[in-house]
Write a protein that binds this ligand. Structure first.
Ligand SMILES: Cc1cc2nc3c(=O)[nH]c(=O)nc-3n(C[C@H](O)[C@H](O)[C@H](O)COP(=O)(O)OP(=O)(O)OC[C@H]3O[C@@H](n4cnc5c(N)ncnc54)[C@H](O)[C@@H]3O)c2cc1C
Length: 408
């Protein structure tokens, strides 16, 4: 590694008609960067991950700045369906094969605790983002049938995570769904991701953090005097810099097993027709390609999935109609009697790591620099997890469990 890195140019992170564009999100009020600055902590990225970090650090350091080339909350976060779930994309039994049983159980427990901490914090702070708690129904599919699902439920319970295995018959009786089995767990949430990001940033601003946008950070140089961020016409000299640049990733970082792909989603108009239990339950299939479902507080049905291993704007844009049709067909097959009509179909860049875990770590060879890359279907929960770990890392400690989320 060198002591400097280039930051890639902005790319198109999302396309199509986004459901959150229907909601009026009051603008945050940002500053223009009119001169060079010297600060304690600079956070690059003002979407969901940067917002959690700004909230966590603003009260701990005197001078915290957040820099973004876009308006806050409008990175790939704007495309998120904002299911806040503790379930890591890699099932506990599979993760145990990859990193060992004890580590896998601990990673799952951290994700569980981060989800609970997130929901308490957002409620305590009174952030208005349509936060609403949910059960999670994880359905058998082509990636895991009933025997594997039962083992998964046992492994989760051994790790101390509350859940219930439902046989195919119980699933049909309680939810009308025809699959060979499922796991039902409490402890998930849904939200409006733009409102959540901006709500967190407002609280950070209350604690004197300053938010600068649009500011394009082009390069980073780590020196013995601090970290220099090249923000085009001005510089920001920071004692510590934390990069939350999402899928506009930093060049030259170790990224074994990580890839940027594409994911699609669709939403109905408010007051759609769907089974009433969906307002209390998220649904996710153990399948490839998978389907997932949630509802909003104004009665929209949101579904997503159909991931493709390709990070291409033209492919995302050209397949919107096709993916929308497929999502409607799969939803209708899963929920008899539901025939969704989409008001919105959209797609966005999506990040995956081979083990489903995020990277929350100091950047090798770049003193004072840290990077967080939250991957998969629980990027939002990983943002909370990072907000729990980064303060310790920044202070030069090795917080418990941080070894699980290193660069790899
Ligand atoms: C269709 C879809 C559905 C999804 N559903 C869910 C879900 O249900 N739950 C969930 O948790 N996750 C979901 N995700 C994933 C989720 O969107 C991401 O994990 C999350 O939004 C990442 O947030 P972030 O803040 O790290 O990145 P981003 O939101 O992309 O923010 C990064 C920010 O950094 C800024 N930036 C980048 N480079 C620079 C630079 N050089 N200078 C200045 N600023 C810079 C960008 O402008 C941007 O605002 C979904 C994604 C998609 C596409």
């Amino acid at each position: 590694m060198t002591d400097s890195i280039e930051l890639g140019p902005g790319k198109n992170l999302r396309t199509g008609s986004l459901v959150w564009a229907d909601t009026a999100h009051p603008p945050l009020g940002t500053h223009a960067l009119k001169q060079s600055l010297s600060v304690d902590v600079a956070i690059v990225g003002a979407s969901i991950s940067g917002a959690f970090m700004a909230h966590a650090l603003a009260a701990r350091f005197e001078k915290v700045v957040v820099l973004d080339r876009r308006e806050p909350g409008l990175g790939s976060t704007h495309a998120s369906t904002a299911m806040l779930q503790f379930e890591i994309d890699t099932p506990l039994t599979d993760l145990a094969d990859q990193i060992g049983g004890a580590n896998a159980a601990q990673a799952w427990r951290r994700s569980w605790r981060a989800t609970q901490a997130l929901s308490c914090m957002v409620r305590d702070e009174g952030i208005r983002c349509d936060l609403s708690d949910r059960y999670k129904l994880y359905l058998c599919g082509n990636e895991m049938e009933s025997r594997g699902m039962e083992q998964e439920a046992r492994a989760r319970r051994r790790a101390g995570i509350e859940c219930e295995y439902l046989s195919g018959r119980e699933l049909k009786a309680r939810f009308g769904i025809d699959r060979t089995g499922a796991i039902l767990s409490p402890g998930a949430e849904v939200a409006d991701p733009v409102a959540l990001s901006r709500g967190l940033l407002r609280r950070a601003r209350r604690d004197r953090a300053r938010i600068f946008a649009p500011v394009d950070v082009r390069g980073v140089l780590a020196t013995k005097h601090g970290v220099v961020l090249d923000a085009c016409r001005h510089f920001v000299l920071a004692k510590k810099a934390i990069f939350y640049t999402g899928y506009e990733t930093l060049e030259l970082l170790p990224s074994k097993g990580m890839k940027i792909t594409s994911s699609w989603a669709a939403a109905t108009a408010p007051r759609a027709a769907y089974p009433e239990w969906l307002d209390r339950t998220l649904v996710w299939e153990a399948a490839k390609p998978y389907l997932y479902l949630r509802t909003t507080t104004d009665g929209r049905l949101l579904v997503g999935g159909e991931d493709a291993e390709l990070d291409s704007l033209s492919y995302r844009a050209n397949t919107l109609a096709l993916k929308g049709r497929r999502l409607a067909q799969k939803t209708a097959r899963l929920l008899p009697g539901v025939k969704p009509k989409w008001n919105h179909v959209w797609a966005g860049a999506f990040g995956e790591s081979s083990d489903g875990l995020p990277v929350i770590d100091a950047i090798p060879g770049m003193p004072g620099c840290f990077s967080v890359m939250g991957f998969g279907g629980n990027g939002t929960v990983y943002a909370m997890l990072a907000a729990q770990l980064i303060p310790g890392l920044v202070a030069g400690r090795s917080p418990a469990d941080s070894r699980l989320f290193r660069f790899r």
